[in-house]
Design a protein around this ligand. Structure first.
Ligand SMILES: Nc1ncnc2c1ncn2[C@@H]1O[C@H](COP(=O)(O)OP(=O)(O)OP(=O)(O)O)[C@@H](O)[C@H]1O
Ligand SMILES: [Mg+2]
Length: 364
């Protein structure tokens, strides 16, 4: 946030609450949407639910917020079961993808609405609404109607409304889904800034892996109502625990490989096996596009693949291209641009080297 916009700290220091999902199950009619969903979130943590459409992200969030009852299991906030508690008693703020502002109310009354529901007197709720608006950089917009704001501004109003009662938990369901890329990136920073300021625990839902990687303390990768992996962004990116995660988070090249007598063989290459793999291991190696280096002269003994360059895309600071390899099919490569050296050329023969130390080794 630009210092000129940063409002003085006015919110009292909220203490985020720890959250515990305990073996939550949910069926809609006969159709399962969540299976034994268990997860502990620390106080003040920023956790993202990341998964494809239909993976159960909104269902999990709505169970925590109290809009949906689970079919099995229990949810705890601050160590206390809230499964039977009505929504308004849970002290949970919520921001949805659609702004869901009241069109007939001005911005100030929209933001103050949760305080009105809680019986806060008018003068105080207006003062607190102004503070919340300043925090989302909308000081002075209180008299406008929602339709007089841009999409990004509306979503900031929705954020202000979600935090105005200083909830200990803030839930955000694809809050930036309707915004264009540049605005989304700016708002990602703002949301983190708001969280740091008020200290609440945040669960953020997205199906955008880039957004999850940038914003989160931890990511929960979901698929078909189950948790595939939980970890920090770096852990998920560097050590995906299965092919679904490797493919869903970042781009991945898979190479079938097998280990015998201390040697790893794949795509016609025979290399010393990494120490962490057991004898007899077989499965797939997952390599990120940036793990490959185009060899201009000496390979230094690293394993190599050779092929021809195709489909070069210019990305400003880097190139991304496909190599049609002789023995491993299509491999996607990302190459940093280096001043004074030649870039890739379509149709040119190429040798790629890579380090097995950076590969993830997946069963099956
Ligand atoms: N009210 C409902 N009645 C029946 N089935 C539902 C209902 N709500 C969700 N589902 C089903 O439950 C599953 C999980 O849905 P959910 O909305 O939690 O997914 P999501 O991960 O939020 O997806 P998206 O990214 O599209 O928002 C889906 O298969 C969906 O069709
Ligand atoms: Mg959803």
């Amino acid at each position: 946030m630009h210092p000129a916009f940063a409002p003085a700290r006015t919110f009292s220091e909220t203490i985020g609450a720890p959250i515990s999902f305990q073996a939550i199950g949910k069926r809609y009619g006969g159709v399962p949407a969540l299976h034994e969903f268990s997860l502990d979130i620390a106080a003040g943590e920023f956790v993202t639910f990341l998964g494809p459409s239909g993976s159960g992200k909104t269902t999990a969030l709505n169970i925590l917020a109290g809009f949906i009852e689970p079919s099995a299991g229990d949810v705890l906030i601050d160590g206390v079961s809230i499964t039977r508690l009505p929504t308004e008693k849970r002290n949970v703020g919520m921001v949805f993808q659609s702004y869901s502002l009241f069109p007939h109310m001005d911005v100030r009354d929209n933001v103050a609405f949760p305080l009105r529901m809680r019986g806060v007197p008018k003068a105080e709720r207006h003062a607190r609404a102004e503070q919340a608006l300043a925090m989302v950089r909308l000081a002075g917009y209180g008299d406008r109607k929602p339709q007089e704001l841009s999409g990004g501004q509306r979503q900031r109003v929705a954020c202000a409304r979600a935090v105005v009662f200083e909830p200990r938990v803030l839930l955000m369901d694809e809050p930036l889904g309707a915004l264009d890329l540049k605005l989304r990136e700016a708002m990602q920073d703002e949301i983190r800034e708001v969280q740091r300021r008020i200290g609440c625990t945040v669960i953020y839902v997205t199906h955008d892996q880039g957004e999850a990687l940038t914003m989160s303390d931890r990511i929960v990768v979901m698929n078909e109502g189950r948790i595939e992996q939980i970890g920090t962004p770096a852990a998920i990116y560097d050590n995906p625990s299965n092919a679904f995660v490797a493919q869903f988070v970042g781009e991945t090249n898979f190479l079938t490989a097998a280990l015998a007598r201390g040697r790893l063989t794949f795509a016609g290459v025979d290399a010393p096996a990494p120490a962490r793999l057991p004898e007899g291991w077989r499965g797939r190696m997952a390599l990120r596009p940036e793990h490959f280096t185009r060899v201009v002269a000496e390979t230094g003994g690293a394993p190599t693949l050779s092929g021809r360059i195709d489909d070069i895309a210019f990305h400003g600071g880097s190139y991304r291209y496909v190599v049609e390899t002789e023995k491993a099919g299509r491999v996607i490569v990302q190459e940093q641009r280096r001043h004074g050296s030649d870039g890739p050329v379509v149709g040119a023969p190429v040798t790629l080297k890579f380090s097995l130390e950076r590969a993830a080794f997946l069963e099956g």
